[in-house]
Design a binder for this molecule. Structure first.
Ligand SMILES: Cc1cc2nc3c(=O)[nH]c(=O)nc-3n(C[C@H](O)[C@H](O)[C@H](O)COP(=O)(O)O)c2cc1C
Length: 300
């Protein structure tokens, strides 16, 4: 693989910005509600935003100084005096309203009015909730860490979540989050966004549940075939122990390959079949198919 490397000190900041926001993507969007000392509500979206701790529950977002004139954002100014906010997750239904909140309205203008969002009283903090958002996190600011004082420098706003609101439509009967009803949008580079679609979902079991054998313990008869991608080999290496041959394992396609391809590289076809199974996530079956290729089993 050839790569272009960028020495941060010598890369124009505009180019670096474009590269990084495109690469570190998709980013969820936190729509942050704050209030000024004089009681003027403010709403602004931040995609330099994430969940960073569960106990205590902490979210962080980062309002940057404007590159143009190094000025700070109203959100940060408000939080310096009233260190409370409500962070909302943005779904597709609020995309355009959220975008209106990114306009640079004057300090005495409420983005609730401009974007047509409905105010709802919070339980524990002064800033209002956005009624339309289905996930709302009332927060108290734990710390603000300024990362610089030049244009583009972010300030990490580290927030303790003190109250969480989740719309019932996003919860199942047991109070668990129903991912299939959730429609968040996320920011990419430039003016591009992406939406969460059921077709884009896939499961990857947590490694903590079982210690995978690792690539280094895959048998040579598998690794020697240069047919598998590293990702496919990683799937095989995620099992807790090297599987044993299952004597009861029968498979019509395998039989067909053995019968009809016997003069035409059957072993290669079988490995290709295993690769297909791995692509479908059928790891157990792929192993059994491959085990028919072990020196003992591969004998005609
Ligand atoms: C989707 C989206 C994400 C944004 N993320 C950030 C961000 O992470 N940091 C930032 O400083 N500005 C970000 N902006 C720009 C701010 O929302 C914009 O500067 C806004 O006017 C700030 O409002 P305020 O001055 O009322 O705080 C983002 C804009 C959009 C549309």
């Amino acid at each position: 693989m050839t790569s272009t490397t960028f020495d941060i000190k010598n890369t124009p900041s505009q180019q670096l910005h474009q590269l990084l926001v495109s690469a570190v993507a998709p980013r969820p969007i936190g729509l942050v509600s704050t209030i000024s000392e004089d009681g003027v509500p403010n709403l602004a979206p931040f995609s330099f935003f994430g969940l960073f701790s569960l106990t205590p529950p902490v979210v962080v977002f980062s309002p940057s100084r404007r590159v143009r004139d190094c000025s700070t954002k109203h959100t940060l100014d408000n939080l310096e005096v009233v260190p409370e906010c409500v962070v909302h997750l943005v779904e597709e239904a609020q995309a355009w309203q959220m975008n209106l909140c990114a306009n640079e309205y004057d300090r005495d203008i409420s983005e609730f009015e401009k974007a047509g969002f409905t105010k709802q009283a919070a339980k524990e903090v002064k800033p209002s909730l956005v009624a339309e958002c289905r996930i709302k996190m009332e927060c108290r600011v734990r710390d603000i860490v300024a990362l610089g004082d030049t244009g583009g420098a972010g300030s990490l706003v580290i927030c303790d979540i003190v109250h969480l609101h989740i719309a019932d439509k996003l919860l199942d009967r047991d109070g668990r989050f129903n991912l299939f009803c959730y429609k968040p949008i996320a920011r990419l580079g430039g003016d591009w966004y992406t939406r969460l679609e059921p077709v884009g979902l896939f499961e990857l079991p947590k490694p903590a549940r079982q210690l995978g054998i690792g690539m280094d313990r895959l048998p040579a008869f598998i690794t020697e075939r240069e047919l598998f991608t590293k990702n496919q080999l990683a799937k095989l290496a995620s099992v807790a122990t090297v599987p044993q041959v299952d004597e009861t394992f029968r498979d019509e396609r395998l039989d067909a390959i053995r019968t009809f391809m016997k003069n035409n590289e059957p072993e290669k076809r079988i490995a290709q079949y295993a690769a297909e199974l791995l692509e479908e996530g059928r790891i157990k079956k792929a192993w059994q198919v491959l085990l028919t290729l072990t020196p003992i089993n591969a004998a005609p």
